[in-house]
Design a protein around this ligand. Structure first.
Ligand SMILES: Cc1cc2nc3c(=O)[nH]c(=O)nc-3n(C[C@H](O)[C@H](O)[C@H](O)COP(=O)(O)OP(=O)(O)OC[C@H]3O[C@@H](n4cnc5c(N)ncnc54)[C@H](O)[C@@H]3O)c2cc1C
Length: 379
């Protein structure tokens, strides 16, 4: 059977793309190299927009059994040691943290309930028509065999290590556009406030360390660094995490669950180059849509997944071409991700500049907006 669309990767980007397509009556083969539920190395922070999009898709977090912790405040510490906090206005939509084991599974199950067919599959490259050079499916590696799967369109949502992006050169290999991060879950010895804490310390700039409360009396603790700084400094991520964890013990006593201490890379948003090819659209990490300031990529993955799903349906109906996808994400996500990139380059790389800008937040009128921008409009 030739499916309308093969979606590769069932993280937030792929699951949202698959749901968007099935809700428009398209036949979707959703594939992932892992079975679900599966973990994904992450800080688990979800901005309020995520909840709004879940609702729009028909997901009810209570009914669908999402494990989550509501977030009611945000604190940022500047390199000067000065900290500022803001409270989230109480509403029925809110920011939260949710372990990816649970969050991604809820999205994945929703895509299947909406009609997507799921298969476990390790995709190694796109299937390309020799004559037209159009992507007409994917090639799977199963043991020693390579198996072809045809589709009218392919959506690449296969994350930071995207095999499809590598095969198509759809992602820039600019080392400045890659970050690395380590996170661990830890058991809290006493409850911590339902607030997310970011520490922009001098030695980590333009990166930071975080501690977020998460479901089940645990917290998510981690360190985010830019790749080239990390490499040039020869920094040891595990040692940095241990150091930060020791510093947090007095305020938020906790015990790290060592097997959950894991590192993963983040392809940061850097420029407006095309994220499409004939028959193929890149979403989420596979398209390099991570906020350079915060390392947040879940909401951009969901947004680009939704845009790709809508536009793929129009392409299948012969109403538009892949170029419309580039127009859509450039209109909807490049503004906020571009601003984050500029702030990361020009403000966060210098402790002196960061401290001066941060001081402006002493003015109550600037405090809320500034903290929101610094924590990233998309986290
Ligand atoms: C330590 C860390 C902390 C982070 N913290 C946050 C945070 O707090 N908030 C936030 O918004 N973002 C955060 N991020 C970024 C966020 O995790 C990603 O941006 C987000 O997961 C992107 O979603 P995605 O759907 O594009 O890719 P993923 O979630 O990575 O999903 C990709 C899927 O593709 C599958 N796949 C990969 N290769 C293949 C293949 N060859 N064949 C088939 N399937 C394949 C994978 O198994 C996976 O299920 C963090 C990242 C890291 C590393």
């Amino acid at each position: 059977m030739i499916h309308d669309v093969i979606v590769v990767g069932s993280g937030p980007g792929g699951a949202v793309a698959a749901t968007t397509l099935t809700q428009q009556g398209k036949s979707v083969l959703l594939v992932d190299r892992q079975t679900f539920p599966r973990d994904k190395v992450c800080g688990d922070g979800l901005p309020i927009h995520v909840m709004l999009m879940l609702r729009e898709m028909g997901i009810d977090i209570e009914r669908d059994g999402l494990e989550y912790q509501r977030v009611t405040g945000l604190t940022i510490e500047a390199p000067s040691g000065k900290a500022l906090s803001t409270e989230e206005i109480t509403d029925d939509a809110f920011s939260m943290t949710s372990p990816r084991l649970s969050f991604d599974n809820v999205l994945h199950q929703h895509a299947i309930k909406s009609g997507a067919q799921f298969e476990v599959m390790n995709v190694i490259k796109p299937l390309i028509d020799d004559k037209s050079k159009r992507v007409i499916g994917v090639i799977e590696r199963r043991g020693k065999e390579q198996i072809e799967h045809e589709a009218k369109m392919v959506i690449a949502a296969d994350g930071a290590t995207s095999a499809l992006a590598r095969a198509m050169h759809g992602r820039t290999a600019d080392p400045q556009a890659i970050a690395v991060s380590i996170r661990a879950y830890a058991y809290l010895k006493k409850p911590m406030p339902s607030c997310v804490y970011f520490y922009f310390t001098r030695d980590l700039l333009p990166g930071y360390a975080w501690i977020f409360p998460t479901a089940g009396n645990r917290c998510n603790i981690g360190v985010y660094l830019h790749n080239q700084d990390y490499k040039s400094r020869g920094a040891d991520l595990e040692a940095l995490l241990d150091e930060f964890s020791a510093r947090m013990q007095r305020e938020f006593p906790h015990e790290i669950d060592t097997p959950t201490r894991q590192t993963w890379s983040l392809p940061l948003y850097a420029d407006r180059h095309s994220r499409s090819a004939p028959g193929l659209l890149f979403v989420g990490d596979a398209g390099g849509f991570v906020n350079a300031l915060t390392g947040g990529g879940i909401y951009p993955a969901m947004m680009t997944g939704q845009a790709a799903g809508k536009i793929a349906a129009k392409i299948l109906a012969g109403e538009t071409s892949e170029a419309e996808y580039d127009v859509a994400w450039q209109r909807d996500v490049s503004g906020s991700l571009g601003r984050a990139r500029l702030m990361q380059k020009h403000i966060l790389s210098s402790a002196k500049i960061f401290n001066s800008v941060f001081a402006l937040a002493n003015l109550p009128i600037l405090r809320g907006p500034m903290l929101r921008v610094m924590s990233g409009e998309h986290y």
